[in-house]
Design a binder for this molecule. Structure first.
Ligand SMILES: Nc1ncnc2c1ncn2[C@@H]1O[C@H](COP(=O)(O)OP(=O)(O)OP(=O)(O)O)[C@@H](O)[C@H]1O
Ligand SMILES: [Mg+2]
Length: 512
């Protein structure tokens, strides 16, 4: 140091700062040099490979820039940067430089002193060049380390980017998987709900199935019972069918027999009627109409004979000299009905003839007698059931018998007519037209000795009521007048005619 103070000062080589020259010949800017010093990290710390550390930009240290003096040795960088161990530049103390530049000026003649100063300066500069070179080498090492580190970092960066892409891909895959998972979980929830519903339905259906199975068991047992019953029924049905077919045959035989029997009965019945007499005369004694008198003294009816009648009367003497004599007149009839005989008794005797009419025989029944003797009462009777006369009872029997004969295949049609003979003129009692347009009638004989009346109303009837209505109509049309013997004397002859047409189509038989 002392030497420095003693040596003459040499002028600086240049007023401008020379650019530092790197080992590869490139010029570096001063600021960059300062930054490089700051960033040097001689001992790179070990970091985890996966961690990306952003480049930490330290604030640039305030470079200490000393004003270059024409006589100054060189600028000296500020204190050492963090972590960078730089070899100290011992040979260039600050004080020395200042001493050099501010040393006492040697006189112009002191060439030796000046040379020695120059030599000191050269040595100083040489040592500074040396130190700068050393520093340069250090910096080169640092740069190479940094470059190596940078390449490592770049590789690491590439790896990390690659890893990042992979992670992003994984993340997107995971996101889609998450969405899928959410959907799947939602579907699972739905399916679980559906499963619970289906489970409930399953339980209900199981209950129903159990009920149905038990019902099925019952039905099957019933079915087996019914099947056995059905078999029994079928057996009995077969037997019944056989019985029915045999019975049908029997019925057919019996029908034949019945028909033959019926035909035989008709024959016999009518033979009997003929034997009894084709013309039969019955006598009916009317009761006395005056109250209190029940016996008729001049009519005697033998108790044990219902076919004879005796009229007794006292005959006065024509001369008056002899006593009155009791004379009796005996009459015999096919049947005598006394005053107490009821309508039913009279009809029973006639009903056999009504049966003959249904069998196809012509039957005529008429009442004859003086006025008030009871003809109309006997033939028509009164409204009460007990007082009904021969005609309504005969009609009732005819329709009943016709109905019964239907089963033997007989079909009957009935035609009614009612005619009045009054003063030898004919009147249609079933006429319903205007009275001034009444047609005239004649009795004519047509083929088969049939008697017919021209322009007469022949009314088809099919029920008993229809006939009764016709009789009422006829009674309204009939001429009546009061007589001494009868308040409602008919004053005429009336003929009720019922034509009966019978047909048995099965056996092709007709009767009229
Ligand atoms: N058997 C009887 N029982 C009770 N009353 C009878 C009987 N017969 C007739 N009569 C009564 O006698 C009366 C005369 O009878 P009905 O009119 O039948 O006589 P009729 O013969 O028809 O007379 P006409 O020829 O004048 O018409 C009637 O009031 C009737 O009710
Ligand atoms: Mg009469």
């Amino acid at each position: 140091m002392n030497k420095e103070n003693t040596v003459s000062r040499l002028p600086v080589m240049s007023g401008k700062r020379a650019h530092a020259v790197t080992s590869d010949g490139e010029h570096q800017q001063p600021a960059q040099k300062k930054m490089r010093k700051v960033d040097i990290d001689p001992a790179p710390r070990a970091r985890p490979a996966a961690t990306v550390v952003p480049k930490r930009m330290l604030p640039p240290k305030q470079a200490v820039t000393r004003p270059l003096r024409p006589t100054g040795a060189a600028t000296v960088a500020a204190g050492p940067s963090q972590g960078l161990h730089r070899p100290p530049v011992a040979s260039v103390p600050k004080a020395g430089a200042t001493a050099i530049s501010k040393g006492p000026k040697r006189p112009g003649w002191d060439l030796k002193g000046k040379v020695s100063d120059m030599e000191v300066k050269v040595q100083t500069y040489q040592s500074r060049v040396k130190s700068v070179n050393q520093e340069n080498e250090n910096l080169k090492d640092s740069i190479s380390k940094i470059q190596k580190r940078e390449s490592q970092m770049q590789e690491e960066n590439v790896q990390l980017k690659k890893r990042l892409r992979e992670c992003e891909e994984e993340l997107s895959a995971l996101c889609s998987m998450k969405k899928d998972l959410e959907m799947v979980s939602k579907e699972r929830d739905d399916l679980q709900r559906e499963l619970s519903n289906l489970s409930e339905q399953h339980k209900v259906l199981q209950g129903l199935r159990d009920n149905l199975e038990s019902e099925l068991c019952n039905v099957q047992s019933q079915l087996s019972v019914q099947t056995s019953a059905l078999n029994r029924c079928q057996d009995s049905l077969r037997q019944s069918q056989e019985t029915v077919s045999s019975l049908q045959e029997t019925v057919a035989q019996q029908r034949d027999e019945l028909h033959h029997g019926e035909m035989e009965r008709r024959k016999l019945h009518n033979t009997i009627q003929e034997l009894k007499g084709n013309i039969r005369v019955f006598c009916r004694v009317r009761p006395l109409l005056t109250e209190g008198k029940s016996e008729i003294p001049h009519i005697q009816l033998p108790a044990h004979d219902n076919k004879s009648l005796t009229l007794a009367r006292v005959e006065e003497s024509h001369t008056g000299r002899t006593v009155d004599t009791q004379k009796s007149y005996n009459f015999s009839f096919d049947r005598v009905f006394g005053p107490s005989a009821r309508q039913q008794e009279v009809f029973e005797e006639i009903s056999l003839l009504v049966q003959s009419a249904l069998d196809g025989y012509n039957v005529c029944c008429f009442a004859y007698g003086q006025t008030g003797s009871g003809k109309t009462y006997t033939m028509e009777g009164g409204d009460l059931e007990d007082m009904r006369g021969v005609i309504p009872r005969a009609v009732q029997q005819i329709f009943k018998s016709a109905q019964a004969l239907k089963e033997q295949g007989w079909q009957y049609t009935f035609t009614a007519s009612f005619v009045e003979i009054y003063n030898e003129t004919l009147r249609d009692l079933l006429y319903t037209g205007k009275s001034n347009k009444r047609p005239e009638h004649e009795i004519r004989k047509v083929s088969n000795n049939e008697i017919t009346v021209t322009n007469l109303t022949y009314q088809k009837v099919s029920t008993e009521d229809e006939v009764c209505n016709l009789i009422l109509l006829a009674n309204q049309n009939r001429s009546t007048a009061r007589t001494n013997m009868n308040d409602h004397s008919s004053r005429s002859h009336s003929v009720f005619q019922l034509d009966i047409d019978g047909e048995n189509r099965d056996r092709d038989i007709k009767c009229k």
